[in-house]
Design a protein around this ligand. Structure first.
Ligand code: SF4
Length: 450
């Protein structure tokens, strides 16, 4: 039987702001590796490619740039704002390749048996729709399968409006291979599992044009259920890989591709640390690997012990992000106490981490959250000697806070995913204006420069 051929596409981001903080389509790269393991020919078109050689010469483009540890800015073009956003005093951008280059790239790819499109934040769907539109124009009869976060959390919206032939909900392990068997006659010998699988291939990072960093998943899912988070809707289970296999994956990318920067994509990296994260860090220390580790998804401060902090530091962790969220005692499901956070910071500082390396994620724009609550949380973090990192709250379907968000938000967030955009402060109501938030950010910036 002829080799099956698949085109996998990582769409554009349409937003007020987007940065490449170790942002790669990890799920799509895993799917690419499953398909290759099943003998298929796989093409990747990454709309967020920051190394495309022609992009710097495109007209009306703001240039991509690289900063520390492989992070940086995407290429971007200012575009007209959706009609609902006319009053928002910010530019709106399409991040990634120009349409012209996208179409040129599409022309280079031989006709595939199916096109798989991933999706990220719910309010980025215009980028997904644009990809589907261009693919349908070029190959009207090739099936397009849409999956990912938006497709899962706003499933009916995607079914009704995306133009995809199939919209998959939840983890791809569930249904993708059987769908491809049905529609493309793929005969998969390798079927991905919803649990740890020693035969699972590494995600196909080699399909990217250049590797500034690699994202690593040491576990899948999260045992916690924070009110604002949709992790369990995206993957309802939790499992951890044996640390030895994670170590081998890191060594593979480091030795074969010269990768030095690694970002953990785990939701709960430090759970069961004595059996999981600590042995992994110890293997890296013992091998004296010259690598940097980063934790952009945030760590649970409760699990940072003196030993964990020391091993993190010795293994080469350079960026520590902790979920502080808020210090208001009324808001939490008691995920974290102030004392636990203070203790974690002390351990991290004793291990050698600096103020610049330790960032505390603070949520802003939560339903009924006051400006004072945010300022108090910022001040609490600063007094401890860590850098506050403000994270605007986005209301997300299937979270515990969703029904409260629907009540409080003046936009129809249950009908239009664009209103989930955190830059709109959709649930801040009258408690926090854009100018007040800007002022809080200015003060943080000013303090961190002193
Ligand atoms: S915020 Fe983090 S710890 Fe909480 S449920 Fe989501 S992934 Fe888990």
């Amino acid at each position: 039987m002829a080799k099956r051929r698949f085109l996998l596409i990582n769409p554009w981001i349409y937003d007020f702001a987007a940065h490449d903080f170790w942002a790669k389509p990890l799920g799509l790269l895993y799917i690419a590796s499953w398909l290759r393991k099943n003998g298929a020919e796989v093409y990747l078109l990454d709309c967020l490619d920051i190394h495309h050689p022609q992009m710097p010469f495109e007209p009306h483009i703001k240039q991509a740039s690289r900063r520390a540890y492989g992070t940086g800015k995407f290429f971007r073009q200012p575009i007209p704002k959706p009609v609902f956003f006319q009053d928002i005093p910010r530019y709106y951008y399409r991040y990634g390749l120009t349409y012209r280059i996208f179409k040129e790239e599409l022309d280079k790819i031989p006709i595939p048996d199916a096109i798989l499109v991933t999706s990220g934040m719910t309010y980025w769907y215009p980028g997904v729709f644009a990809v589907i539109y261009f693919c349908k124009q070029k190959w009207p009869h090739i099936p397009i399968i849409l999956g990912g976060i938006y497709a899962t959390l706003c499933h009916s919206h995607a079914l009704n409006y995306s133009g995809a032939d199939f919209v998959l909900k939840g983890p791809a392990e569930n249904s993708l291979m059987s769908l491809l068997e049905q529609i493309c006659n793929l005969k998969p010998e390798y079927i991905p599992k919803m649990e740890y699988d020693p035969y699972a291939p590494y995600p196909a990072f080699d399909l990217l044009r250049k590797l500034d960093y690699v994202c690593i998943l040491t576990s899948r899912g999260c045992p916690f259920r924070c009110q604002y988070c949709a992790s369990s809707a995206l993957f309802p289970f939790f499992y951890q890989r044996p640390p030895e296999t994670v170590y081998q994956e890191i060594v593979y990318w480091h030795k074969n591709y010269g990768v030095k920067e690694f970002a953990f994509y785990d939701d709960a990296l430090l759970v069961n640390a004595s059996q999981h994260a600590i042995p992994l860090f110890e293997m890296i220390i013992k091998a004296k690997l010259d690598i940097h580790l980063h934790t952009p998804n945030g760590l649970h401060a409760r699990f940072i012990t003196a030993k964990v902090a020391q091993k993190m530091f010795q293994a080469g962790v350079k960026t520590v992000r902790l979920g502080l969220e808020t210090i208001s005692p009324n808001r939490h499901d008691q995920k974290l106490t102030r004392e636990e956070f203070i203790r974690a910071i002390r351990y991290l500082q004793e291990a050698g981490f600096t103020r610049e390396q330790i960032g505390a994620y603070i949520l802003v724009g939560l339903p009924n959250q006051t400006k004072q609550e945010i300022e108090q949380t910022v001040s609490f973090a600063q007094k401890l000697g860590v850098t506050p990192r403000l994270a605007e709250y986005s209301p997300i379907p299937f979270t515990k806070l969703w029904s409260e968000a629907i009540k409080i938000c003046s936009h129809e967030i249950d009908k239009e995913p664009l209103f989930h955009n955190n830059s709109l402060l959709p649930c801040a109501h009258k408690n926090l204006s854009f100018s007040e938030l800007k002022e809080i950010k200015r003060k943080i910036w000013h303090t961190s420069c002193i």
